[in-house]
Design a protein around this ligand. Structure first.
Ligand code: TRP
Length: 339
């Protein structure tokens, strides 16, 4: 039997996860876990969360359990995947420090994801140094686990490119074959990016336009009702636009019945199909997907101590693996001076 490929991925705990996270990466992670072809490590990146939330330790602390519950809710199964906490593996910081010598400041400045985030977060001239170098720490996350496949959202491709460069340089300086170049696994084209309820390109907590995996039915319906559709579609009999109409954008992503969606689109464009009707339909589609997650979440949430214990066990296992690689790294670098 071929050896299983190591899957390494994670999320910053800065709030609950939403359906954008689900289509962007969680869906792939669950499918890959269940395929049995991988050895998955899934990291709650609390250390990385501090790079842009240093003043809000409470948010990070509280989000840790929420993200863990979201993982369990979507079907990450601790008997198949190792869920662990980044700060519980200090070797990650150690490798980050060595990696920092293998990349130039100019190269970091060119990372398009970091560039965009710096603008979005309004750092101006006061970019935290830790934030600026987080792609290096992310590369260490992947490399220390010898992660071969990394299921993430499309915006993470530059991180993987940077990781491959760092791994190549490391192996070139200290020994071929020590670290492994990873490949990203991205969502199917057109399915991985879900705009906000208001039509904003990005679904996010700060824009208050997200549907959370943990939203209850009433909240879901209130949110779907508020969705941006077609401002020119005033009366039911008016012809409506489906492009830029969030209800149809979401249906394209979530409804497996593509014929039905095509039919609804045609009706809507011809006139005679009301917003309330399509919103009710979308609600049913979304709720069918979210209801089982809600149930699983509620069950796990009953015993938070057990969830914490699961994270603790996962972190112990992850740390053991990280220490193995770190020993190889130290040997390769010639800094294993004794023993
Ligand atoms: N940058 C990712 C995010 O913001 C989280 C992350 C940290 C990650 N380390 C990683 C993802 C390693 C994949 C691999 O969600």
């Amino acid at each position: 039997m071929a050896e299983k490929q190591v899957l390494l991925t994670g999320d910053r705990p800065t709030g609950k996860l939403h359906i954008g996270h689900y289509v962007g990466s969680l869906k792939n992670r669950v499918a890959m876990q269940n395929s049995g072809d991988y050895e998955p490590f899934i990291m709650i990146a609390d250390k990385q969360a501090f790079t842009d939330n240093a003043r809000d330790p409470e948010k990070i602390h509280n989000s840790l359990l929420e993200v863990a519950l979201d993982y369990l809710a979507v079907g990450i199964d601790p008997s198949k995947s190792t869920i662990f906490v980044q700060s519980a593996v200090p070797e990650l910081s150690e490798l980050t420090e060595y990696f920092l010598n293998l990349v130039s400041i100019a190269r970091l400045q060119r990372n398009p994801t970091v560039k965009t985030e710096i603008q979005q977060k309004g750092f101006g001239e006061s970019i935290p140094a830790g934030f600026f170098i987080y792609p290096v720490s992310q590369a260490a996350d992947i490399a220390l686990f010898k992660g071969q496949v990394v299921p993430v959202g499309d915006d993470q491709e530059p991180m993987l490119e940077q990781t491959r460069e760092l791994v190549r340089t490391f192996n070139n300086y200290y020994g071929e074959g020590i670290l492994v170049e990873p490949q990203g696994v991205f969502p199917p084209k057109g399915q991985g990016r879900i705009p906000g309820l208001d039509g904003n390109a990005k679904m996010s907590k700060s824009l208050n336009n997200a549907i959370y995996l943990s939203d209850d039915e009433d909240t879901l319906w209130t949110k779907v009702k508020s969705m941006y559709t077609d401002p020119e579609h005033i009366r039911v009999e008016d012809p409506g636009h489906v492009e830029g109409n969030m209800v149809f954008t979401y249906l394209d992503i979530f409804d497996k019945d593509t014929e039905k969606v095509a039919e609804l689109k045609a009706q809507y464009q011809a006139g005679g199909l009301g917003d309330m009707k399509i919103k009710k339909y979308l609600f049913e589609v979304l709720n069918a997907e979210l209801a089982p997650m809600r149930e699983r979440r509620a069950k796990y949430a009953e015993d938070k101590d057990a969830v914490l214990q699961m994270l603790r066990d996962g972190s112990d296992k992850a740390r053991a693996k990280a220490q193995e690689t770190m020993n190889e790294v130290r040997n390769a670098m010639g800094i294993q001076y004794w023993g």
